[in-house]
Design a protein around this ligand. Structure first.
Ligand code: R5P
Length: 310
């Protein structure tokens, strides 16, 4: 087994490879003057099972293209099989036609990854589980629920907790955490009048006197979470914590969080945010590296990945 890292999240790749006691494949990844990407693999990988780790986070198109070229380079170097490990799977939110004559980016990206040479995909908290069906190769979708549940059980003892889904689409994910923690569930009815703008319509559930744990897959502009926190406070919540897998954190999201009613936002390291959040004391990172390393080990040994979540 060999591990090759793209350049989008080197820190996570290094942490995973350290846990697997496997050195990262020696590569030369650079940009030509016009921005085109050049990939060269500097060691023999013929007959090896290779895991390529690359999040397709900002700059999304560059990181996606880099992943595709890595897959192609591996295919042309006679790797035995190639697994695309995509901790954050960009373009996943456009998973259906939301209006006539729009594209379905998640499907286009799935086609590209398969065509470029991936035999398998490993990702984390896919925006919608059904994206697995956009591929005709196996897709292992890892969940952060056990990581968050362990942390909450250890850190939030003696609090009256309730898990809150910030929109109807996230109910299944939030219910998973609420079940593990044996807490109640509240649901926010969110509308999106236009892309990037969110509006809270209703709250289903009683949050009065409780510490709310908002759970979501992505924080992008921060609008969804900040609006949700406002409503929860107005309805009598005592404090608000947020658990989100992918910290996209576009624009002034970190400033919005800093000035919001949120007590603490926990994100994982599927996206490298070390620079963005270094001066923000409201945002903390929980690492997903052990979970990803264990999943890679199990895939490599052909043992069960789903057992990790039972
Ligand atoms: C939407 O369905 C996602 O699960 C997130 O709620 C959304 O992407 C968050 O976006 P923003 O932070 O821009 O409101």
């Amino acid at each position: 087994m060999k591990i090759l890292s793209g350049t989008s999240n080197n820190k996570l790749s290094k942490d995973i490879s350290k846990k697997l006691k496997s050195k990262l494949v020696n590569t030369n990844i650079k940009r030509f003057a016009d921005g085109e990407i050049y990939i060269e693999i500097n060691e023999n990988i013929r007959g090896n099972s290779v895991f390529v780790i690359q999040s397709t986070s900002t700059p999304v198109n560059d990181n996606l293209m880099e992943l595709l070229l890595c897959l192609d380079a591996l295919k042309r170097s006679s790797a035995k099989n190639i697994t695309a490990v995509i901790p954050y799977f960009g373009y996943a939110r456009q998973d259906r036609k939301v209006a006539p004559r729009t594209s379905i980016s998640a499907k286009v990206v799935s086609n590209l990854i398969s065509m470029a040479g991936a035999d398998r995909v490993v990702t984390v908290d896919l925006h919608a589980g059904q994206i697995q069906g956009f591929f005709d190769i196996p897709v292992d979708n890892l969940f952060t629920t056990p990581l968050f549940a362990r942390f909450i059980k250890k850190s939030f003892k003696n609090k009256k907790l309730i898990c809150v889904s910030p929109d109807v689409g996230g109910v299944q994910r939030t219910r998973g955490l609420a079940t593990k923690l044996k807490t109640d569930l509240a649901i926010i009815d969110k509308r999106r009048p236009k892309p990037g703008k969110s509006q809270v319509m209703n709250l289903i559930g009683d949050v009065r006197g409780k510490s709310c744990l908002i759970v979501d897959d992505i924080i992008d502009s921060g609008g969804t979470i900040v609006n949700a926190a406002e409503v929860l406070k107005k309805r009598g919540a005592t404090e608000i914590y947020v658990f989100i897998t992918h910290g996209v954190l576009s624009g002034d999201a970190t400033r919005k969080i800093q000035n919001s009613k949120i007590k603490k936002l926990f994100i994982t390291d599927t996206i490298d945010n070390s620079n963005k959040i270094k001066n923000n004391n409201k945002i903390e990172v929980l690492s997903i590296s052990s979970l990803m390393a264990e999943a890679i080990k199990r895939i490599s040994n052909s043992t069960s990945v789903s057992d990790l979540f039972n």
